[in-house]
Design a protein around this ligand. Structure first.
Ligand SMILES: Nc1ncnc2c1ncn2[C@@H]1O[C@H](COP(=O)(O)OP(=O)(O)OP(=O)(O)O)[C@@H](O)[C@H]1O
Length: 316
């Protein structure tokens, strides 16, 4: 981990939301132990399945919601107590609905730039994100991907030190996605602390320096991508994940020293520095249990696999 002070430091975050009608109008605890630390000059990804608590975590991080427990420090301050001084140092990329619909992109960006002491150059940002092509179209008429680019520009125009991106590549075509990825990498090298949420493992694997995985309101795993995807600890890079399907409930146990785990009924996995000897032992285990497996797949472990291993759930 880097030695710089974290730009975002969340410890033991607890948040209750509600009241929920289906639960006799009781409050529901949606966060119960989220830890997250992000540093300047790094991309920190927050991953988790639907409903894990990513949006709620970001809302607490940005000071939009008051935590019921734990601590949040954004650039060293409590974001819920801090005023405009802190807000001007933080960029937030709003989801589509957050942009004013009747305005055209360039006047909007100039207006936002006018609210900051040292804004970025609007023309440069517009050219960089290809916004020129639809500069005179009202936002409500833009495609999802075009709106995404305007939202990113609006988050950046104030020249923030910390940038929050919620699903930054949602709706982008491959070309716009590369433009946005390049920009994110450049901003990172300029020293911005970037915190992003995504469902796309590929995005996280390509962009993130450090990953926090949350599930059911708590941080369940964190590390660099190589750390998380190495089954036997920080990275040899040779680890593989082998998965196969067979009838549920077969007690395969260990083969050549590696445990076969039934991650969901009928789906088995074996992870580690696999060699042909493991494959031989596995074939013997299949024969011993009269199993003819299907959907055999072997590849380097991905973040998706890691999450499936620990929770039995898909990330999406
Ligand atoms: N106002 C609310 N009242 C009650 N429950 C809520 C409220 N807002 C969110 N929740 C619940 O809190 C949990 C966390 O929601 P959150 O939006 O933070 O998850 P998420 O990880 O961002 O999900 P997604 O990936 O689907 O956007 C979910 O179970 C959601 O249903």
């Amino acid at each position: 981990m880097p030695t710089s002070e974290p730009c975002l430091d969340i410890r033991g975050l607890v948040k209750d939301l509600g009241p929920v009608e289906a639960l006799d109008n009781k409050m529901v605890r949606v966060l119960d132990g989220v830890h997250l630390r992000a540093h300047p000059g790094e991309v920190t990804a927050l991953l988790g399945p639907n409903g894990a608590g990513k949006t709620t975590t970001l809302a607490c991080a940005q000071g939009l919601l008051k935590p019921n427990g734990g601590t949040v420090r954004l650039l060293g301050q409590d974001p819920h107590q801090a005023g405009a001084g802190l807000r001007s140092r933080v960029g937030v990329m709003l989801q589509e609905g957050g942009l004013p619909q009747a305005v055209r992109p360039v006047p909007l960006l100039r207006h936002v730039a006018g609210m900051y002491a040292q804004p970025r150059n609007v023309d440069e940002l517009v050219a960089r994100l290809g916004i020129n092509a639809f500069a005179n179209t009202p936002i409500r008429r833009l495609s999802g991907g075009q709106k995404q680019r305007v939202a990113l520009a609006a988050a950046l125009v104030g020249n923030p030190e910390v940038l929050f991106l919620d699903e930054p590549s949602a709706g982008l075509d491959p070309q716009s996605r590369s433009v946005v990825f390049e920009l994110i990498q450049e901003l990172r090298s300029e020293g911005l602390g970037i915190i992003l949420t995504t469902h796309l493992m590929d995005d996280a694997q390509r962009l993130a320096d450090y990953v926090f995985i949350i599930d059911a309101g708590r941080t369940v795993l964190h590390g660099t991508v190589p750390e998380l995807t190495a089954a036997t600890g920080p990275g040899t890079g040779t680890d593989r994940l082998l998965t196969f399907e067979a009838r549920p409930g077969v007690p395969f146990g260990t083969v050549a020293g590696l445990e076969v785990t039934e991650t969901v009924p009928g789906r088995y996995s074996l992870a580690g520095p696999l060699t042909p000897a493991h494959l031989q032992a596995l074939a013997a285990a299949w024969a011993a249990h009269s199993v003819m497996p299907s959907a055999i797949h072997m590849a380097p472990r991905s973040l998706e696999d890691v999450f499936l291993d620990i929770s039995g759930k898909e990330l999406r």
